[in-house]
Design a protein around this ligand. Structure first.
Ligand code: SF4
Length: 505
């Protein structure tokens, strides 16, 4: 299938709106500092390089001092940037070459620049563009990925992608475009998790639209089902209020401030943001996906919503500017999952919210009815709640003493008074350990004398390696790897969780 490329002029327009602040991310004051910083940035983040260079330039401020730098001292200064043996040798060679051939100055001639030790085509282009204003378009890992996803190049080497981009875009745009493509790759078009739903280029992008396989991963993104593409996403930037609480306490079991109450006869919410992964999945199960206009980055089920519903930060640190931009008529929270201050900020912004509180399996039945009523989906909610209650009527046994670990380094468990604890109890196991989500020392683990240890695959990604390790330390206990979503995702997977626990009991 031949796919038409997005129009370069349209791409440029959108990039300018989305990234007006795009610039070189490596701190430098002159061409010498830039060439050194760019050499250090190979296989390293720009942020790490920026942390390294102040001490480096204080000790070796110019080509003359770098030419005579003792290797061991230089290596110690740049060690954190990785590959420091090679980089140190190249830097000394660079200093010597600059002194021998260019009077200690960095040349602005591409050929002379490219002939310096440690300076490949990419480094030369970065220096030419940013230090001397010479149009160049160095292709790094971000540009390589973004250009291919956007269908701007099918080439498989950075050099050929660079040639394709230079053919497509006018020379005067190369420098700015270089920075904008990098910003886009870092902020939106992530290697593993591109945020296509929030991408200002989605309608132009054959990969995001699922028209071709992602050239980066080889996977075809699922296109959003008909009518699900968000319609109210505004462009970022220009907001008057920055609302990013950095450290928000959880509800901690206390009731949050009252949500603005729905007026009598109010219609069903049509623009819902869910800050709870399992509630997001539940709404989709109820056929309400078209009303979802936002989710946290942890709301990843069903898979296709990753490409169709925009993200609004994490469960603990939601991006309130983004939430406000999406103009929701309801935000869904859960008191353990989300911080109490999230509800307070939403109240300040005048955005209606509903906070569920789920500590037991029985709470799930109540929450289903509560959600059903608010969503005007009482019928489907009631059927689910009745089915769940029927599952709870089965006689329970008092099964093995079970420790459900949820984290490692430090060890943390889900206590008997949590949803997971109650799920174990309802399924016929005996949850042990302190209440809530305690940190446990090695000694405390041993003192609990578990008969069964559960290692869920999330939130910590426990694996077979951890299972083997713990089994050695607890030879008398049974250590089981279990499906983390079944064990911890209430509402959408409670029935699956009960089945899982019963199979273990
Ligand atoms: S739509 Fe997705 S794949 Fe395409 S550029 Fe945007 S984030 Fe990248």
């Amino acid at each position: 299938m031949s796919l038409s490329k997005p129009r370069p002029s349209e791409l440029r327009r959108r990039f300018r709106v989305a990234y007006p602040d795009a610039r070189c991310a490596l701190d430098h004051v002159d061409p010498f500092q830039l060439v050194v910083a760019t050499i250090l940035s190979a296989q390293c983040t720009d942020a790490r390089v920026n942390l390294t260079t102040p001490a480096l330039f204080a000790r070796f401020p110019d080509a003359a001092s770098l030419a005579e730098a003792p290797l061991v001292e230089l290596e110690a200064l740049i060690r954190s940037t990785g590959f420091y043996h090679n980089k140190a040798r190249n830097l000394v060679g660079l200093g010597q070459a600059l002194m021998a051939r260019h009077d200690g100055l960095v040349p602005s001639d591409p050929k002379a620049l490219g002939a310096l030790p440690g300076v490949g085509q990419k480094t030369a282009n970065v220096v030419l563009a940013n230090a001397f204003g010479v149009p160049a378009l160095a292709v790094d890992t971000h540009i390589f990925r973004v250009a291919r996803r956007l269908g701007l190049s099918k080439a498989t080497t950075p050099e050929k992608v660079e040639a394709d981009l230079c053919d497509l875009f006018p020379r005067e745009d190369w420098i700015e475009l270089h920075h904008q493509l990098i910003f886009h790759g870092r902020r939106v078009c992530d290697a593993r998790r591109p945020d296509c739903a929030a991408c200002p280029l989605l309608d132009l992008c054959p990969t995001g639209l699922g028209k071709m396989k992602d050239p980066h991963s080889g996977v075809k993104f699922a296109p959003a089902p008909e009518g699900l593409r968000p319609s109210g996403v505004k462009e970022r930037g220009g907001s008057e209020m920055a609302l990013h609480p950095q450290s928000l306490a959880s509800f901690g079991g206390r009731l949050g401030p009252p949500s603005p109450a729905p007026s009598h006869g109010q219609g069903a919410p049509q623009r819902i943001i869910s800050l709870v992964p399992s509630v997001t999945e539940l709404l989709v199960q109820w056929g309400l996906a078209a009303r979802l206009v936002g989710r946290t980055r942890y709301c990843i089920e069903p898979r296709w919503i990753r490409n169709s519903v925009p993200t609004v930060g994490g469960t603990k640190d939601p991006d309130f500017d983004r939430i406000r931009d999406l103009a929701p008529d309801l935000v869904l929270l859960e008191k353990d999952e989300n911080p109490k201050a999230a509800a307070e900020v939403l109240t300040t912004l005048g955005i209606p919210w509903l906070a569920l509180e789920i500590r037991t399996v029985k709470d799930c039945a109540m929450a289903l009815r509560q959600l059903g009523a608010r969503m005007h989906a009482s019928e489907v909610a009631e059927a689910r709640a009745i089915g769940l209650e029927a599952m709870l009527k089965r006689r329970r046994r008092k099964g093995p003493r079970t420790l459900a670990l949820i984290w490692r380094d430090p060890w943390m468990s889900a206590g008997p008074d949590t949803y997971v604890g109650d799920l174990l109890r309802q399924g016929g196991l005996t949850p042990i350990g302190p209440d809530r989500y305690p940190v446990l020392s090695d000694e405390a683990l041993v003192a609990l004398a578990p008969q069964l240890i559960l290692l869920p695959t999330e939130p910590y990604r426990f694996s077979r390696r951890h299972q083997v390790e713990l089994q050695k330390r607890f030879p008398d206990a049974e250590v089981r790897l279990v499906d983390g979503q079944a064990l911890t995702w209430y509402l959408s997977r409670t029935e699956a969780g009960l089945d899982l626990v019963r199979s273990l009991a």
